[in-house]
Design a protein around this ligand. Sequence first.
Ligand SMILES: Cc1cc2nc3c(=O)[nH]c(=O)nc-3n(C[C@H](O)[C@H](O)[C@H](O)COP(=O)(O)O)c2cc1C
Ligand SMILES: [Fe+2]
Ligand SMILES: [Fe+2]
Length: 400
Amino acid sequence: MKPVEIKEDIWWIGAVDWNRRSFHGYSVSPLGTTYNNYLIVDDKVALVDTVDKHFWGRLKCNVAQVLGDRKVDYFVINHLEPDHAGCLADAVEHYKPEKIYVSPMGEKAMKAHFHYKDWPVEVVPTGSTVSLGKYSLNFVETRMLHWPDSMLTYVPEAKLAFTNDAFGQNIASSERFADEYDPWVLEQSMRHYYANIVLPYSPMVIKTLDAIEDMGIEIDMICPDHGLIFRGDDVAWVIEKYREYAAQKPKNKAVIVYDSMWKSTEHMAEAVATGLADKGVSVKIYSMKADHHSIIMTEIFDAAAVVVGSPTHNNGILPLMADMLTYMKGLRPQNKIGAAIGSFGWSGECVKILTEWLEKMSMDVVDPVKQKFVPDHEGLGQCYELGLLLGDKIQEKLAE
Ligand SMILES: Cc1cc2nc3c(=O)[nH]c(=O)nc-3n(C[C@H](O)[C@H](O)[C@H](O)COP(=O)(O)O)c2cc1C
Ligand SMILES: [Fe+2]
Ligand SMILES: [Fe+2]
């Protein structure tokens, strides 16, 4: 895609990764992604972030299309993760910038990534300002949103914020602005991105949004480093969405996720779902064999209850459930009721292990249900009862 002038003399010059289906190896990205970076052409020319290393050629081509023979004077590196700083070493060598602006933690991360000796690095803590001419750059550290070095760069004269990973979505598109794109698909992508990348840093999201509000910064364009740019009314909308996501307020919804060898645990899961549905709860059932952990996580994120199921397998649980639980725990979902179910043959450790995982996630855990080999009518009845109980607990939680 060609560079796009998003405000006077401020250009999107990113790379669209149409065929990317795995985002950093842990999350799916069925719509591809983009590595957005930006160029501000003023008395001084500033390059904001770079792109994935595979797109170094694209970056040079984009810069040349906008600048012709003019040189790049400054680099602003909002985050050192290689999808945004992957071309930095090549770019320093090629453009020989006068200054490279980074956050205090960014300097440390930059050293650990590039082991450079003589780069013209200048640390810009929150509150620092750099003038480019008619435009200036104001820096705000967004530490741990989602790396220690993350920062946001605000251009007051353009009322524009470069937010790096925050507000991103994995979407490859010919459109550049959110208002040009299907709103439903956009929101699903935002939710997927939030649930799988930003969720553990939700307290930081609230803190950052509060700080921005307190500073009285006016924003009429949010430019993330992945996906579409928000402008006009979409700015308030996306900020509101982030506040909603970060609050992690549960919905009248339960997710049942399980793995099963011979379908006993699967039948138990369906009986629990029937009980929940009879109490008016919206239920989604996922087999780990059918879906990727990042897709399931996007559903768990706003559910009030999570039921996890596995048969006992070699005195443990099935490996795909261990994958899901490890992944889920790392994302630190809040405000959930949890329950474990599973079929077993002899030693029967499954529900104990699953329950321990739920407790480690500080869920409000109810008694598990375990069934020997193939559950009979009565056994499935116990699962149905668990569904009813969870339904009541969810209603209580929503009334809090
Ligand atoms: C390879 C294998 C290992 C198993 N290991 C155990 C075990 O250590 N303890 C136990 O109680 N049951 C064990 N079982 C029995 C299963 O838990 C039991 O067959 C259960 O009903 C399977 O549930 P599912 O239909 O949901 O897969 C094992 C079964 C298989 C096939
Ligand atoms: Fe990142
Ligand atoms: Fe990123």
